[in-house]
Design a protein around this ligand. Structure first.
Ligand code: ADP
Ligand code: TZD
Ligand code: MG
Length: 556
């Protein structure tokens, strides 16, 4: 265990998230003994979400520790989610003695964890003896962070954890790995091909994804956008890479970009379901440039005319170095058109948020939140739900990179408390989590972790009484609540009382704004029950079209 803790410290890990028990309890104490922070959770999934947020905001792997069998499985959902989202994460789990697991002899918490993990993580390793721990930690670190980042599983068996070694012998095993995140420099001809296409475009656009946020290339993107004058559209977690109020932001005119742009340059963004996989509204004659680290991503949905495979820093540097060799031929009406359309849309949106509807809708509540969050641009915003997600993303402008964390590529509920904790611990900054009442339910108990560690996190629960809303109809002759119905009268603020945090119950936009401003200023744990109308919100928020069939009223 000492070897594991020291190997992690040696590679720069200063925080471990986790939930202890046999066989890793002492591991957590020992980690603390090396000067590492150990943030202990109520559920492993949240420890994993915290590690993921830590990875996203710092660019270094977030590490979390779980016990064997179910603890491991609870955590694995987060490691899988990290892999899908390209967040660098290392899940370290204790596991039982191997022999009785392999013979299925019914050992304590026996599970072949390595093989369960393998299909859903970027890489998985098992350490059976203490001598291998330093190498295993370095391999896990490299796997998490190099190339396309992802979730890595490190299985540490009980014998390896328990093994005692001579200290001097153990010290000889440690080493400092060289160049753990090597630059991947794009081919010069790929860079020229991309610049050629971008410069000849009449209606070009740059689409920024969360890969760009993670790669911390905001300085280079700013140069590229401002030098070329090409408008940009940020994906949800790329909001703030360049400020949302930048004159070249096309945030409000996504459809125009999709339908009219002739060349779109994807920067750390995938053409996945979030972008209709390149079909639907997209201009069928439009061409794509893709700056991407993983060569296998290219062409996965639409042919990519100019792939630039490399790490974003190297690729953007290479493009900027050659950009003056190219004459940009953008249609002079393209950007003014986008700006004029944006101005109209922004005005409409502003008017919608200004209406102080009571009982509150998502919009009237967000009008209040917007005032506070935009006055505190350095607050990190965590956001999940359906309507609560979509409407918050559309309402709250971001001005700084890596300040928005949400349910992302898998659209999962249950990232809220963990992500808020990871973001607050990793950065020391204040966090506001805007949560649907259903979304909050998945991770709510880890609000107590926010309180135990006295983190500057304010949780706002948008209570409309259900999944999508609180007016789910009971279609058949049952006395049970509708499948989407939760509790419109629930008082989520009582969590604050239970765990010693500031708590507020608000029913009007003005009350919400005052409470949120006070809670953020306090830099202490706080929870606000934001009482919405039960009919606020529609099925599946903005993605109702993905439901296989509309909700129909058939009595059988
Ligand atoms: P979004 O959901 O914001 O569109 P995605 O998660 O779909 O973003 O895409 C992020 C992409 O960025 C992934 O394909 C990933 O491989 C890529 N990526 C991550 N880090 C880097 C990097 N340092 N350099 C280049 N590409 C990167
Ligand atoms: N389970 C998991 C792990 N992820 C999911 N995405 C879902 C279930 C299904 N789901 C959604 O896609 S959104 C959502 C669920 C349960 C909750 C929406 O309700 P909410 O937000 O209260 O969080 P609104 O504001 O009422 O829409
Ligand atoms: Mg709800």
């Amino acid at each position: 265990m000492y070897i594991l803790a020291h190997a992690l410290r040696r590679i720069g890990i200063d925080t471990m998230y986790g939930l202890v028990g046999i066989p890793v309890t002492e591991m957590a104490y020992i980690a603390q003994g090396t000067g590492m922070r150990f943030i202990s959770f109520r559920h492993e999934q949240q420890a994993g979400m915290a590690a993921a947020a830590h990875g996203f905001v710092t660019g270094k792997p977030g590490v979390f520790l779980t016990v064997s069998s179910l603890g491991f499985m609870n955590g694995l959902t987060s490691t899988a989610n990290a892999t899908v989202n390209c967040y660098p994460v290392i899940q370290i789990s204790g596991s039982s003695v191997r022999e009785p697991i392999d013979l299925e002899q019914g050992t304590y918490e026996g599970l072949d964890q390595l093989n369960v993990a393998k299909p859903v993580v970027k890489a998985a390793y098992r350490v059976n003896k203490a001598e291998d721990i330093p190498t295993a930690v370095v391999r896990a670190y490299r796997a998490a962070i190099s190339g396309r980042p992802g979730g890595v599983y490190l299985d540490v068996t009980t014998p390896a954890l328990a093994q005692i070694m001579d200290r001097a012998e153990a010290e000889k095993l440690f080493f400092d790995p060289v160049d753990v995140q090597p630059a991947i420099v794009p081919a010069p001809e790929a860079v020229d091909r991309a610049l050629q296409l971008l410069s000849q475009a009449k209606k070009p656009a740059i689409l920024i994804g969360k890969g760009a946020a993670q790669a911390q290339v905001e300085d280079l993107l700013k140069q590229l956008v401002e030098k070329t004058g090409v408008p940009f559209y940020p994906m949800s977690m790329a909001k703030g890479v360049l400020p949302d109020n930048h004159p070249l932001s096309a945030l409000s005119v996504r459809s125009t970009i999709m339908e009219d742009a002739d060349v779109v340059m994807l920067v750390g963004a995938r053409l996945n379901w979030l972008l209709s996989r390149g079909h639907g509204k997209w201009n069928p004659d439009g061409k794509f440039i893709q700056l991407e680290i993983d060569p296998v991503e290219i062409d996965c949905n639409r042919p990519i005319a100019a792939p630039v495979v490399g790490d974003l820093r190297s690729s953007l540097e290479a493009m900027l170095a050659k950009i003056d060799n190219y004459k940009f031929q953008m249609d002079p009406a393209w950007v003014p058109g986008i700006q004029a359309e944006s101005a109209v849309k922004n005005e409409k949106f502003k008017a919608r948020l200004a209406v102080k509807t009571v009982p509150m809708t998502h919009w009237s509540a967000l009008g209040a939140a917007k005032a506070v969050l935009e006055a505190n641009p350095d607050v990190i915003l965590v956001n999940e739900g359906a309507n609560t997600l979509d409407d918050t993303r559309d309402s709250i402008d971001m001005f700084l990179p890596r300040h928005r964390i949400d349910c992302a590529t898998w659209a999962i509920m249950g990232m809220g408390m963990g992500s808020a904790i990871g973001a607050a611990v990793a950065t020391g900054k204040s966090v506001v989590a805007i949560e649907g009442d259903s979304a909050f339910g998945f991770s709510g108990m880890d609000f107590s972790t926010i309180c135990r560690f006295k983190l500057p996190v304010t949780v706002c629960v948008f209570n409309n009484g259900g999944i999508y809303n609180g007016i789910g109809k009971t279609l058949y002759n049952t006395t049970d609540p509708a499948p989407t119905t939760l509790d419109i009268n629930a008082r989520y603020d009582k969590f604050g009382e239970a765990f010693g945090a500031k708590s507020y119950y608000v029913t009007t936009p003005d009350e919400f704004q005052a409470a949120l401003a006070e809670a953020v200023a306090s830099k202490a744990p706080a929870i606000i029950d934001v009482q919405l109308a039960a009919d606020a919100g529609k099925e599946s928020g903005h993605i109702g079209y993905l439901n296989p069939t509309p909700l129909i009223d058939i009595t059988v």
